[in-house]
Ligand binder design. Structure first.
Ligand code: BG6
Length: 485
């Protein structure tokens, strides 16, 4: 018989727990993928009975994921849910949890997944508390800890956090989450590249002009102004999600699909990325802020925090030398769209005369991460009955059409299951996180120094600040999108 499995969520009454973690666990339960012996125990300071906690989460599921809610499924899922009050950051604050675990695990010991879904300043305190109380020791069953983002505020704080984790857990027990890696379409980048022979031979500087990675959001900072205003888009989106997508696009194929081989290759990409000094960083980044940001709750009235940024990244290795990667992301924009565009080089010689003023649109390939997940390949066609008139057309693959009865799941479903199964492929290693901060720190510093230009204002619902277009125009390029029509 399997020993018990406890999923301990610190930050039980938080937003992430209600919006993402519990709905994902609920869906895993509904799909029959949550191990039978798994129990979920929420830990937070406020007192709640198990039943009151269950009702609170039921309400959240109905509010945030109404289509998923099914009363009977919820009833069976709720039997796995428990609540323990405790302040994990204080002396003795883990006593109730320890007692609860002792009572439910029996004498054979149990397996435990600790999920830190709390304010980032509490990560080291909780990790140290678990270490101090002997709760990270694998006596009887494994102990794993999932750390949510943001993992540090800069390189120094990320290193300090890694040190605290290393003092209390073995690296193999630590699962640093980046939910972008849990997205099927991000994992599909590897399948697309390494399970096909068609694309990989041209996936390099001999055939590619540049790469664009775009993650735009239509939502504003909403109720997260307080956190966001001290973070900004470069920390919130670039250090993690955008750089992670970049590693998947740029990495070499590992020989085997193991967590360490995969992460070694990702680290090699980050190692090849130019780390700028304070001066050279300035020319590699532009920022914007949406109009009305200052009025958001929790935002400083004179805030210079960027809600939009675009950066240029160089990957200095044989494959990518001279190919710029342009990354952009922002909030309160016209569209929610995550997309990678590969712009291929133009044919070395074009024998077809183009009408005056027409420029050849050279091949493009787009990986549509969300919302209309898929792949588009753009190429030239001859217009029928039109002399030698050329026109670009798309070959399109849409997940929704190809797999109508297999909707793309929430990223957290996969990640939670992987952590329970000890699969660390889609989690970041300490060196990966630190290197990502090393890359971002000078770029962030360039936007925060006293003489840095004010982020350029852009209208909410627009395509972003003009400076982002000018930034690309300087290299003779423009932002592209194939995923939205
Ligand atoms: C989070 C950021 O990591 O990712 C948020 O903190 C952002 O600011 C979110 O909204 C975007 O995730 P997704 O999956 O909706 O693209």
């Amino acid at each position: 018989m399997n020993t018990s499995l406890s999923i301990v969520i610190f930050g039980a009454s938080g937003d992430l727990t209600a919006r993402k973690l519990i709905p994902s666990l609920y869906r895993l339960h509904r799909k029959g993928r949550l191990p039978e012996e798994a129990r979920i125990v929420g830990v937070a300071r406020s007192p709640f009975s198990d039943d009151a906690y269950r009702e609170k989460l039921r309400g959240a599921l109905r509010e945030f994921q109404p289509k998923d809610y099914d009363a009977a499924v919820w009833e069976s899922f709720a039997r796995r849910l428990f609540y323990v009050a405790g302040d994990a950051t204080t002396e003795g604050g883990l006593d109730h949890l320890k007692a609860w675990l002792g009572q439910h695990e029996g004498t054979s010991g149990g397996r435990r997944l600790y999920y830190l879904s709390v304010a980032p300043e509490l990560y080291p305190k909780i990790a140290a508390g678990l270490g101090r109380e002997g709760m990270s020791q694998e006596n009887g069953g494994w102990r794993r800890i999932i750390i949510e983002k943001p993992f540090g505020h800069d390189l120094a704080s990320a290193r300090a956090l890694n040190r605290t984790l290393a003092a209390n857990f073995d690296e193999s027990q630590v699962y640093r989450i980046d939910h972008y890696l849990g997205k099927d379409t991000v994992q599909n980048v590897l399948v697309f590249r390494f399970a096909n022979t068609l694309f990989e031979p041209v996936w390099n500087h001999n055939f590619i002009d540049h790469v664009q990675i775009t993650v735009t959001e239509s939502v504003s900072v909403g109720s997260r102004g307080d956190y966001y205003d001290h973070s900004g888009v470069l920390r919130d989106m670039f250090q993690n999600h955008l750089l992670q997508v970049l590693t998947m696009v740029a990495m070499e194929a590992p020989a085997r699909f193991t967590a360490d081989q995969l992460r070694n290759e990702k680290v090699k990409v980050l190692d090849a990325v130019t780390v700028h000094d304070a001066d050279s960083a300035c020319g590699q980044v532009v920022t914007g802020q949406y109009a009305g940001y200052h009025k958001e709750k929790g935002v400083r009235p004179d805030s210079k925090t960027p809600t939009f940024a675009a950066i240029k990244v160089g990957v200095n290795n044989w494959r990518w030398q001279g190919v710029p990667f342009y990354l952009r992301s922002g909030k309160a924009l016209g569209n929610r769209l995550s997309e990678v565009v590969i712009q291929f080089l133009c044919p070395p010689h074009l024998m077809f005369p183009l009408p005056p003023g027409q420029i050849l649109q050279c091949n493009r390939l787009a990986i549509c991460i969300q919302p209309d997940e898929g792949i588009h390949v753009n190429f030239q066609t001859k217009v029928p009955d039109g002399g030698m008139l050329l026109k670009p057309a798309d070959l399109e693959f849409h997940y929704a059409k190809a797999y109508p009865d297999r909707p793309i799941p929430e990223a957290y479903e996969r990640l939670l299951l992987d952590a329970m199964n000890g699969e660390a492929h889609l989690f970041m290693r300490s060196d990966e996180i630190e290197r990502a901060w090393e890359i971002m720190d000078p770029l962030i510093a360039a936007t925060e120094r006293p003489d840095a230009p004010q982020p350029q204002e852009y209208a909410a619902g627009s395509s972003g600040p003009k400076c982002a277009d000018e930034f690309l125009a300087r290299g003779g390029r423009a932002w592209l999108s194939l995923c939205q029509h």
